[in-house]
Design a binder for this molecule. Structure first.
Ligand code: SF4
Length: 242
């Protein structure tokens, strides 16, 4: 049984295709800007069987045929890889595309098996500098970078997503360094830049949790364009999302 936090049955404004997104509970990171601080902890909305999940997908799929995608997102779906394998396998049997949206922290045998049934991986890399990654997320980036290597070595289709946070990741040197890390990855299909935003801060306040980036403003349009312009020198498929 999968522990599901919430479900979006018609998600059309992100990622390829129209899709159903299952948001799974739990996360090992504690990102300073997490958009859902209430769900990092181990409490869940609902346990669902494979049949219940497949039934929800099928009910929506009939309107869109083969363009349908299913994403397991989070918080962190790899923490429930063991229970996700059979769902992804059956989705592929039914010609439904599968996407894994992950921070890449866990790469055990279950995750490796899950990746066999995954059509696209969306890998979030919060920072390439390990010390700064720890400041932003509370964890080292070593596992995430190993995850990236594994995707490359196993010819998986993947996109990388990177949050542009003023003072942390939105300056020229960082963007140049970001590309220096990425240029060797031949299977990188697309790089998505996600400008940091403050629209979820109210959740931290409601939960009476201290928000660590109170002093940080959203990046300006000029700065986003400047960062994207630097990356465009090296890779055509750079997109700003969100
Ligand atoms: S990886 Fe995602 S869900 Fe986990 S703490 Fe960071 S922003 Fe939140």
């Amino acid at each position: 049984m999968l522990k599901i936090h919430s479900i979006e049955t018609f998600w059309a404004h992100e990622w390829p295709g129209i899709r159903t997104v299952f948001f799974l509970q739990w996360c090992e990171f504690k990102c300073l800007y997490c958009h859902n601080p209430d769900t990092i902890a181990m409490k869940w909305w609902k346990e669902m069987s494979d049949e219940e999940i497949l039934d929800i997908v099928e009910r929506n799929k009939i309107y869109f045929g083969k363009k349908w995608w299913v994403t397991a997102s989070g918080w962190e779906p790899t923490l429930q890889a063991k229970w996700l394998i059979s769902v992804f396998k059956e989705l592929q049997n039914r010609w439904i595309n599968t996407t894994l949206d992950t921070n890449g922290f866990v790469l055990n045998n279950d995750v490796k098996k899950l990746l066999k049934y995954t059509d696209l991986v969306l890998l979030d890399i919060k920072h390439f500098d390990d010390e700064k990654h720890k400041i932003l997320t509370s964890q080292s980036n070593k596992n995430t970078l190993k995850f990236l290597d594994y995707l490359e070595e196993n010819n998986k289709k993947y996109w990388i997503r990177h949050v542009l946070v003023p003072w942390y990741t939105d300056y020229e040197k960082h963007i140049e360094d970001l590309w220096k890390h990425l240029e060797k990855y031949k299977n990188l299909e697309r790089l998505e830049i996600l400008p940091y935003h403050t629209m979820w801060v109210y959740k931290w306040n409601e939960l009476k949790m201290k928000y660590g980036l109170e002093w940080v403003e959203q990046p300006s349009r000029e700065n986003i364009e400047k960062c994207v312009g630097i990356l465009k020198k090296y890779i055509e498929n750079v997109y700003v999302r969100g």
